[in-house]
Design a protein around this ligand. Sequence first.
Ligand code: 4AD
Ligand code: MG
Length: 436
Amino acid sequence: MTTTTVSKISDHVGQDVELKGWCYNFRSSGKIFFLQFRDGTGRVQVVYSKGDLSEEQWEALQSIRLESSVILSGLVKEDSRAPSGFELEGRGITVVQVAEEGYPIGKKDHGPDFLLDNRHLWLRSERQWAVQRVRDQIIRSTYDWFQENGFVKFDTPVLTPTSCEGTTELFEMDYFSGEGDETKAYLAQSGQLYLEAGIMSLGRAFDFGPVFRAEKSKTRRHLTEFWMMDAEGAYVEHKENMEIQEALICRIVKDVMEKRAHELKVLERDVEALAKVQAPFPRLTHAEAVAKLRELGSDIGDKDDLGADDETILTKQYDKPIFIEKYPAEVKAFYMKRDPENEGLALNNDLLAPEGYGEIIGGSQREDDYETLMKRIAEHDLDPEPFQWYVDLRRYGSVPHSGFGYGLERIVAWVCGLHHVRETIPFPRLINRISP
Ligand code: 4AD
Ligand code: MG
């Protein structure tokens, strides 16, 4: 008998197969036993008739509890009424472990805290399974797109001597014995600065890894540990930087729609909305966005960054992601190049996802002039010493360059249609949560 998986069951219609996994539900009516089976690749119902089994096997079935691990065999039959399109006529059953009584996660509505406390088990639920499979696809599509477009994977460090995105949300720790500031280390907020060194060797590069922000607020968009993809390109200027972001996001959404259609259905995602994610995305300047927001009732000031509520209101007006470019330089990071047409503005962009999701990407052209960059470091009250290596890049063959970073969990939340980013990462770290 062939051992297979639920995902490959269609290749075995009319055959007896063996499956290894778990029983996520069951129901018995006298001489018939319905076992709901999952194996990581999918879900299928197995129907046992008492007459087809030995006494011993039928007894084994009766001992099953929710989430028991099982190895079973059965005859594969097509069944248009079944969600999977197939059903198994049960032949044999081995219970690998009889799960303890009282599996904590049931059908009743549990609150978010209960589910998060039981995250190690909650991950088995069908929706959580679907979310993780979409997340995996987004990661794969990102690697694929970059590889096809000449970007090299370049790993940046997590332990760093400086901050990248300001000092308010830094995780700080004691490092080994060193002189003065060398005793401090910070968890990376973004690999960007190191990636800028990488592209002076590789031309185009990207990183992908966990980053850390000591976010002091509880919002549906913020985690303290999340996965960021930073991309950077030598000789890429502001406009092309946005074109790269647009192409990457279109590819991700297209792949998920094609390859994870079943998962999107499980999540009851409105795929019509995703189908509209096609280039070109609307481009607004920060000033245009502010004017529009005021029309919509926001009290945003000319020089304000967009708040979460502003992003929600604004993105509900569009059915595609939107670029907001050229923010007032003073609300943005020290490394951003200024707009030659208006020194008060940064050559940067955010990309906001539609349907109220808001910022998924932050990017900019980088300051490439040594003197100007030193001035910016001073203006931002940063100690220039640990940035020496970074400014060195402007001393030896400096070139115009740009890049951007995406927050993986923000993209997963949007593509899956989830309200909160906490469901997008296997084990979320939030202001008030570090376990399980
Ligand atoms: O906009 P940010 O802060 O940009 C940077 O860090 C740049 N150095 C990236 C670069 O140019 N290479 O962060 C990038 C993205 C945001 O757009 C958002 O999607 C996500 O990271 N992000 C968060 N996601 C979850 N929780 C948080 N606390 C996040 N903070 C930022
Ligand atoms: Mg940002």
